[in-house]
Design a protein around this ligand. Structure first.
Ligand code: IMP
Length: 181
């Protein structure tokens, strides 16, 4: 699949992302106003750029931790069966936690991760997703905050990959195939 030639059309600019993160951080700060130190949990690997910008804009005490769930691998379709490949380093019992996801697509990943984290009894557990593809949802999960709702397109950039490529684009672009591979 990744060997088919493709181009990337810009969908959301770096400037739009930065402006939206400012708005989202205002809402997050209000929600966690009484929190001493927020545990910000990034879902690897797609959220690594988003979480970096998010914690810097948050301007409140945070701890950063990461969790890796199985994802698409090299495919463009969700496998539906989600496994935890790399767990958190820290404890979250009694803590205030913000889970940071790149894209909610079918919702299986976020649904599973929230189920696992809830069982560890955090005081408060909230979620933020940079992108949401509501038309693809196969579960009832919803992020508490969403950056942008997008149509059913395969996107890359700003941390998000296509078979491990294009994560380092500063904007979100959609993949458009240009011919047979
Ligand atoms: P879900 O379990 O189907 O909601 O899938 C969520 C994960 O699939 C995301 O965290 C991404 O890693 C990956 N994913 C979903 N849509 C895309 C896309 O358009 N481009 C790249 N990865 C995607």
């Amino acid at each position: 699949m990744p060997d088919r030639p493709y181009v990337i059309d810009e969908m959301i600019s770096a400037k739009q992302i930065a402006a939206r993160i400012e708005e989202l951080c205002r809402a997050i700060r209000t929600e966690f106003a009484d929190t001493d130190k927020l545990v910000v949990v990034g879902l690897l690997r797609g959220s690594f750029v988003f979480i970096a910008d998010l914690v810097r804009e948050l301007e409140m005490p945070v701890e950063v931790d990461f969790l890796e769930a199985s994802s698409y691998g090299n495919e463009m379709e969700s496998s539906r069966e989600v496994k935890i490949l790399k767990d958190l380093r820290g404890q979250i019992e009694g803590r205030d936690v913000l889970v940071v996801e790149d894209i909610v697509d079918t919702g299986y990943t976020l649904d599973h991760v929230l189920h696992v984290l809830k069982s560890r009894k955090p005081r408060k557990l909230k979620t933020i997703a940079l992108l949401d593809k509501p038309s693809r949802r196969e579960t009832s999960v919803r992020a508490d905050w969403t950056g942008f709702e997008i149509p059913d397109e395969f996107v890359v950039g700003y941390g998000i990959d296509f078979a491990q490529r294009n994560r380092n684009l500063p904007y979100i672009g959609k993949v458009r195939f240009t011919g047979e591979g």
